[in-house]
Design a protein around this ligand. Structure first.
Ligand code: UDP
Ligand code: MG
Length: 344
């Protein structure tokens, strides 16, 4: 659209031109929606229909990047069908299941737009909120709009409690302040995408890294819905892996706590030694030569040592993984994608 055509009388002041230009460029920011999918054959059709409806109504040029994270059901075939019918849809097929975080990372690496929204395929985070999120970004000139769950429908008590505990522990442990109860459902702009693409670590805790990157980050409150269909792809084992990865990558507190435990054990040992020695001399303590106290002490301090070594081991394990420097994901094939990933 020519700017002149916007001038009603042809006497627009220079600053009006500038304002119009700024408005136009903000309105026309390009948008990518990144959707990781693992065994989501039951939801993928509905997900695409709803996201597409939302994008079609937006003035922004947009695209969708689906990442098929090594699905073993019909997700891959369904995505191929969608991409064939719609050039606006890009699909990255992983060579196997690499996990949710690598899938989102691949989406961000392949995004060429000004803005990106990260969305789950299961429709727990309603795509219909995207226009309001975009509006928040525009109004606040934010670099990140992170979506905070006011409520979470359809989740079990255990998931709710463990998630609550997790976000609060993370905040206590880490040097970075994370927003509470915010998942990966968020909007990020080009500045954040570029910084993210510079990050070299392989074990990415994405929501943490986006907070860590900084810039202007604003919350957006919403009600989380129940999963549209199918089961969670985050069983307990994966959840524990995710949580421990997040903590180990973002905090050295476990190491400090292990050392604290060591100091505590030494103090207890010293006090006991002094107490029993003086007791023997002055006769106020009658320590029996029974084995119960000895065995208990051995097991207790053995445990303290093993925990300490274990914590150390976890960090060494991370160093081991990072030093191997294997890629975070391997792409088997791509549909409608021509650009290589932008990692630096
Ligand atoms: N997901 C993935 N790879 C995995 C596990 C999950 O790409 O190994 C995707 C999944 O398809 C979904 C999103 O990540 O789009 C979030 O997973 P899910 O909804 O199962 O997690 P929950 O909401 O139960 O924590
Ligand atoms: Mg979900």
């Amino acid at each position: 659209m020519g700017l002149k055509s916007l001038a009603p009388s042809g006497h627009l002041h220079y600053s009006d031109y500038l304002t119009t230009l700024i408005t136009l460029t903000t309105i026309m920011k390009t948008l990518t929606v990144i959707i990781p999918c693992f065994n989501e054959e039951l939801v993928i059709g509905e997900c695409h229909r709803r996201v597409k409806n939302v994008l079609d109504a937006l003035p922004n040029p947009s695209e969708i990047i689906y990442i098929n994270d090594g699905s073993r059901d019909k997700t891959g075939t369904l995505l191929d069908g969608i991409a064939e019918a719609d050039p606006q849809v890009k699909v990255l097929h992983f060579s196997r299941n690499f996990g949710h975080q690598p899938a989102v990372t691949a989406g961000i690496n392949h995004c060429q737009s000004d803005l990106a929204v990260i969305l789950d395929a299961d429709l727990q985070d309603p795509p219909e909120l995207i226009p309001a999120i975009l509006e928040t970004q525009r109004a606040e000139e934010a670099n990140v709009v992170y979506c905070v769950r006011k409520s979470r429908a359809g989740e079990g008590r255990f998931k709710l409690l463990s998630a609550k505990l997790f976000y609060r522990t993370m905040n206590w442990m880490s040097e970075v302040n994370f927003p509470l109860d915010a998942g990966d459902f968020r909007l990020i702009d080009r500045k954040v995408i570029d910084e993210f693409n510079h990050l070299r670590e392989k074990g990415k805790y994405i929501r943490g890294l986006i907070s860590w990157v900084g810039f202007k980050q604003v919350p957006f409150y919403y009600e989380r819905e129940a999963r549209f269909a199918g089961d969670t792809k985050y069983p307990l084992g994966k959840m524990i892996g995710f949580a421990s990865n997040a903590m180990l990558y973002f905090s050295k507190k476990p190491l400090k706590m292990a050392m604290g435990l060591g100091f505590l054990a030494v103090m207890v040992g010293l006090v006991m030694a002094v107490w029993f020695t003086l007791g023997k001399i002055y006769g106020f303590s009658h320590a029996e030569s029974g084995w119960t106290s000895i065995i208990t002490t051995i097991i207790f301090f053995g445990g303290v040592q093993l925990i300490t070594v274990g914590v150390l081991g976890q960090y060494i394990g991370i160093l081991f993984d990072e030093i191997k420097s294997r890629p975070e994901y391997i792409i088997d094939r791509k549909s409608n994608v021509s650009n290589p990933p932008s990692t630096h």
